[in-house]
Design a protein around this ligand. Structure first.
Ligand SMILES: *[C@@H]1O[C@H](CO)[C@@H](O)[C@H](O)[C@H]1NC(C)=O
Ligand SMILES: *[C@@H]1O[C@H](CO)[C@@H](O)[C@H](O)[C@H]1NC(C)=O
Length: 305
């Protein structure tokens, strides 16, 4: 009898399809073109047989999607993504979420704001900017004229309302020399980080994740400072000394529930040796796919629920 139960359980585990995966691309990138996340989706489908992968597209085609990564306010993008995912029947039973670069903080906002409509198991962020950026990438690498334009304006006027309204990167621009202005004016990041008020819904929804996995690229030359990928940043008032998440007021006052998550073992701080988003296939399989995307313990937890 016992043997049969074991065999049936193993069969059920084997045939249970892996949880779907939702991707959100970064600045100047697209959901689906074959040389960007389109390629990554195929990679996931190859190494995780039977998995359903959805890559979020904001706009009616790849070009709009790319333009929107510079010019559509993230608050609106998150609302669109929320509706898009909630309407997908294949995601009803929950999914794992992966954010790339700025898609990381957008995906986190989705967890925090859309938690009543979606069931997100693990949130994995690759090179995200959870405490914003102070400095924009050398646009040369992106080969996109919008990048230069955005950088010039942000350097002068990041916290003007019209800039916040119309330039994505301004909404997570975090000037440590103007900490109070940032808290008051940042339309997106200061809000999702509970800098102005404490939104309990954000805390509860984030806490409902099984794991919040932050991946930092140790040799990242694009994101400034790269500690933001682990929720660290410059200490307030200057732009030299860096502090970790654990040393920040956000954590000590536990305004976002991150300390509680850390105490519960829900935060993972992982790293990859290369430059921004330059990771190795085997590293990704071992570090992300096996523990978080195809972990049999997850299927077991689902059955218990
Ligand atoms: C907190 O966030 C939720 C989800 O986005 C939102 O519906 C609610 O209005 C927010 N509450 C406050 C006080 O801002
Ligand atoms: C880190 O970046 C520097 C400068 O681009 C490069 O010379 C070096 O090889 C990189 N190291 C690794 C481990 O990727």
């Amino acid at each position: 009898m016992k043997i049969w139960i074991t065999i049936l359980f193993v069969i059920k585990l084997t045939i249970a399809s892996p949880p779907p995966i939702v991707l959100w691309h970064g600045m100047g990138d697209t959901c689906c073109l074959p040389f960007s996340l389109g390629k990554f989706s195929v990679f996931l489908e190859t190494i995780i047989p039977g998995v359903y992968v959805k890559s979020i597209r904001i706009g009616n085609n790849n070009i709009e999607d790319l333009e929107n990564s510079y010019f559509m306010n993230p608050n609106k993008q998150v609302r669109i993504a929320c509706d898009q995912l909630a309407a997908d029947p294949k995601l009803t039973n929950g999914f794992n979420a992966i954010g790339f670069s700025q898609g990381s903080q957008f995906m986190r906002a989705l967890v925090q704001r859309c938690g009543d409509k979606l069931s997100i198991k693990n949130l994995i962020t690759l090179g995200g900017q959870h405490q914003g950026v102070y400095g924009l990438p050398h646009c040369g690498a992106l080969k996109h004229k919008s990048c230069d334009y955005v950088r010039k304006i942000i350097n002068y006027a990041a916290y003007y309302d019209w800039v916040q309204e119309s330039l994505v990167q301004a909404t997570y621009w975090h000037d440590p020399l103007k900490q109070e202005t940032y808290k008051e004016k940042s339309q997106f990041l200061a809000d999702i980080n509970n800098e102005r008020t404490i939104n309990r819904t954000y805390i509860e929804n984030l806490y409902s994740l099984r794991n919040f996995v932050m991946i930092k690229f140790n040799n990242d030359s694009i994101v400034q400072p790269r500690e933001t990928e682990w929720f660290g940043f410059y200490a307030p008032g200057q732009a030299q000394k860096l502090i970790t998440l654990q040393e920040s007021d956000l954590y000590k006052q536990d305004r976002l529930g991150l300390k509680a998550m850390d105490d519960a073992g829900k935060l993972a701080f992982l790293s990859s040796p290369g430059d921004h988003l330059q990771f190795d296939r085997d590293w990704f399989i071992k570090t992300v796919v096996q523990p978080y995307l195809t972990n049999p313990a997850d299927s077991k937890k689902d059955e218990e629920n």
